[in-house]
Design a protein around this ligand. Structure first.
Ligand SMILES: C[S@@+](CC[C@H](N)C(=O)[O-])C[C@H]1O[C@@H](n2cnc3c(N)ncnc32)[C@H](O)[C@@H]1O
Length: 207
């Protein structure tokens, strides 16, 4: 187990028990995401956590593969699925950086994970490579550089005592540029009315 897995494994129960931070933003994100999906899609979600979003979105696609590198997160997600089975949904313990054999996917979702990967350009290239031409990546990301000068030093201090995982510090503009450098066309961006809120980006692999 790597240090990063270990942080999220230890956090899993607490994460599962904590309420959604902003329900209207969460619901809007789901609705907006749904508008890009079709009943024929095979969708990949990376960094799916405890699977709440996968459970909500799976009815809108043909097949939903939800992955996370934390075994404890996936265990909780599988418990949820066993209580409310959905035949087209599967959870896998896989890192976002690892390609899956059943690529290409019609859509890839990445919610609250792109700021956590060690190599953002590499992960975006990886997503690009796993999408069919014309497919969408639908993402929401904390852009810490836009969220207040005081946050990066606080995070660094928390990391020193093992209370925060690796976090990439970038702005929404830098994130959009990273998507474009990976070859994507940006389709839409939004902050859902929150000046410093998470940044929603839908991008498309050109057809
Ligand atoms: C902040 S949580 C977000 C979970 C879920 N997407 C949500 O929106 O509630 C971040 C998740 O990303 C996972 N994660 C972080 N880095 C990852 C990586 N490199 N590969 C796969 N999962 C990763 C963590 O285990 C955790 O479950």
């Amino acid at each position: 187990m790597s240090a990063a897995n270990s942080f999220w494994d230890k956090t899993a129960q607490k994460y599962a028990a904590s309420p959604v931070a902003n329900i209207p933003v969460y619901e809007t994100t789901l609705e907006r995401t749904q508008s890009y999906l079709t009943k024929n899609d095979h969708l990949l979600e990376i960094g799916c956590g405890t699977g709440s979003t996968a459970m909500r979105l799976a009815p809108y696609v043909a097949n939903y593969t939800a992955t996370d590198f934390s075994g404890e997160m996936i265990k909780i997600a599988e418990e949820k699925l066993s209580k409310a089975p959905q035949g087209n949904l599967r959870f896998l313990q896989v890192a976002a950086e690892t390609p899956l054999a059943d690529a290409p996917f019609d859509a890839i979702c990445a919610f609250s994970i792109l700021h956590l990967v060690n190599d953002l350009p590499g992960t975006l290239s990886q997503i690009y490579g796993q999408l069919r031409p014309g497919g969408y990546v639908i993402s929401k990301t904390a852009c810490l550089r836009d969220m207040g000068w005081y946050l990066p030093p606080i995070i660094r201090m928390m990391q020193l005592v093992g209370k925060a995982p690796h976090v990439g510090i970038f702005s929404a503009t830098e994130l959009s540029t990273a998507f474009e450098r990976a070859g994507f066309e940006i389709v839409e961006t939004d902050r859902f009315g929150l000046k410093r809120g998470p940044y929603f980006i839908v991008a498309r692999r050109p057809a």
